[in-house]
Design a protein around this ligand. Structure first.
Ligand code: UT7
Length: 326
């Protein structure tokens, strides 16, 4: 039996910062409201010539450098994104070309904000089965391209960024201990982008009605997010005979500070064990967990033998968790 070990992490956020005060200039909102209701103070916005694969490739290079792994050793690249460069080819193929990982198979995963957990689970399965020994898992988004900048219920939340991890086949006593994935397609219309696909193809009408942008039922999503994150945490804890107090670090999807605080309260986890970076990056969808993980690694918050729980939820509806012994 094999286990996947995370041997390198990397992340990248575009240089341009959009603060809550900048948003006050374009919609009826306030820094006070956004900070109180979400915890977000600023987010990054990709430049006109930056696409998702550009962000992903930089995060990937940083993760590979940290891991000390050559590009040619990679067997597989999985990119989780809801904002691919184009309909096809996959963003993973474009990243493969950019980083010169010519041996690797490459494909994308679409699971909205849960994308990274889904991609991590897929990469982990390929290693556990013995099929591959080196896998690059990336979560990358340019959410700013699918935001309706006149909708104050959504445009304040999202940001752009990318995070990556390198998985390597390793010993069985540490690494990714378990992953847990769930979906409820009946709740597809809580958060979605209606236009631009095969149901409502691109047209002038789609652009005029902003059907190419995110539509969200905010408060309903909020309640379900808390429930699914609590459930996903318990599932991962029980599967590994752990209690919440055994956790060294919780890395939740960075959607809303109030969601995270509600989850942490229910699980009775100390706030200093929770990684939060949404104040600076907002909700970067599939990129949020690997960006937060990379920050924790580089700040020295993670030591060998630590139990790390990562968990996410998002459009689909999808949710899931991954328990790691570092
Ligand atoms: O990755 C997964 C994706 N999504 C999420 O996780 C989102 C989950 N939901 C949320 O984070 C929250 O529901 C929001 C931050 C989106 C909204 O916060 P809320 O506390 O649920 O506010 P609300 O939608 O219930 O609206 C309360 C009030 C409304 O005014 P009235 O009707 O009470 O007069 C809104 O119109 O706040 C108003 N409002 C705003 N005011 C200032 C909504 N957005 C804004 C805004 N600035 N940006």
């Amino acid at each position: 039996m094999f286990r996947s070990k995370i041997i390198g992490t990397g992340s990248y956020a575009p240089a341009k910062i959009m603060t809550n005060h900048d948003l006050e200039e374009i919609i009826s909102t306030s820094d006070h409201w956004i900070t109180e209701r979400t915890g977000i103070r600023e987010r990054r916005i990709a430049s006109e010539n930056e696409a998702t694969s550009d962000l992903a490739a930089i995060a990937a290079e940083r993760a590979l450098k940290y891991a000390g792994l050559d590009h040619m050793e990679l067997d597989l690249i999985v990119v989780a994104t809801s904002t691919p460069d184009m309909v096809f080819p996959s963003t993973a193929c474009i990243v493969q070309d950019k980083i010169g990982a010519r041996r690797a198979a490459a494909f994308d995963i679409s699971a909205a904000c849960s994308g990274f957990i889904y991609a991590l689970a897929v990469g982990d399965q390929y290693i556990r089965s013995g099929t591959f020994s080196s896998v690059l898992v990336i979560g990358a988004e340019v959410m700013s391209r699918i935001i309706d900048w006149t909708d104050r219920g959504t445009c304040i939340l999202f940001g752009d960024g990318a995070g990556a991890v390198v998985l390597k086949r390793g010993r069985v006593d540490s690494g990714i201990l378990s992953t847990h994935l769930h979906s409820d397609g009946a709740l597809w219309d809580l958060i979605y982008v209606p236009g631009g696909g095969s149901r409502i193809p691109p047209s002038i009408d789609v652009l005029e009605r902003k059907l190419n942008c995110i539509k969200m039922k905010g408060s309903e999503t909020f309640k379900i997010a808390v429930r699914t994150l609590v459930d996903a945490a318990w599932e991962a804890l029980k599967a590994n005979n752990l209690r919440p107090s055994d956790l060294d670090l919780l890395i939740p999807h960075q959607a809303n500070m109030r969601i995270i605080k509600a989850v942490v309260e229910k699980l009775e986890i100390r706030m200093d064990k929770v990684v939060m970076n949404l104040d600076r990056f907002g909700n970067t969808s599939a990129a949020s967990i690997p960006m937060a993980l990379d920050e924790a690694v580089r700040e020295g918050r993670i030591r060998e033998g630590n139990f790390i729980l990562m968990e996410g939820f998002g459009g689909g509806l999808t949710w899931g968790s991954a328990m790691v012994k570092w």
